[in-house]
Design a protein around this ligand. Structure first.
Ligand code: HEM
Length: 177
């Protein structure tokens, strides 16, 4: 959070009231890496079901028949240790430009892929960076960690089992790191 705040103040030349623009969001290098790592670490959608319209081979030995349902699971691709070292750790720095993670486009399945790839993905990435960035300067967030915080429940998308207990406190001086 401190690093996000530092970046947010720096790109606004120390003035937290500078209005948000797309140019400003493009400068949120570290904040964008936090968004990417959050979505990798806990991808909201963990599987996407498809009905096969035409038989096609998925490997040398198996062809999926027309009419079957294929359900690719996104979670293992996003926790693949060959691409993401220490996959169970939250490491925003792994997304530095040119890194193994950022080059592995086939593993980045948070928003699906192909013809039906999520139409909202650019909106999600930019609005999350904008929101987290602004909030980092305006509020302190206190996460009450419980034994269920890291346990996952699935109800279409994923949630922590304790539903996330957060306390927001207005920061007295948003221009301070
Ligand atoms: C973190 C938030 C979101 C995640 C993780 C997410 C993820 C996904 C995934 C995995 C798919 C299926 C892609 C596939 O079939 O390969 C999808 C489809 C879709 N998403 Fe999202 N999504 C998010 C937010 C949004 C938002 C905010 C919008 C709209 C503003 C949106 C609009 C759509 C649409 C329209 C499709 C269907 C595209 C099609 O079938 O052609 N999504 N999304």
């Amino acid at each position: 959070m401190r690093k996000i705040r530092e970046e947010q103040l720096s790109i606004r030349n120390g003035d937290p009231s500078v209005p948000l623009t797309t140019e400003l969001i493009d400068k949120m290098h570290y904040t964008n890496m936090v968004v990417k790592e959050t979505l990798r670490y806990r991808p909201p959608v963990i599987m996407v079901p498809y009905v096969v319209k035409k038989s096609y081979p998925v490997s040398d030995s198996y062809t999926v028949p027309k009419g079957a349902m294929v359900i690719p699971t996104l979670y293992p691709a996003l926790h693949d240790p060959e691409v993401y070292e220490q996959p169970e750790e939250f490491i925003p720095e792994r997304w530095e430009e040119g890194s193994k993670a950022s080059e592995a486009k086939k593993n980045w399945l948070v928003f699906g892929t192909g013809t039906h790839v999520c139409l909202g993905q650019t909106y999600v990435m930019t609005s999350f960076a904008a929101l987290i960035g602004k909030a980092s300067m305006l509020v302190d967030v206190d996460h009450k960690v419980t034994p269920l915080s890291e346990q996952i429940k699935v109800f279409a998308t994923i949630f922590p089992k304790d539903d996330v207990i957060l306390k927001f406190t207005k920061r007295p001086d948003p221009s301070k790191v």
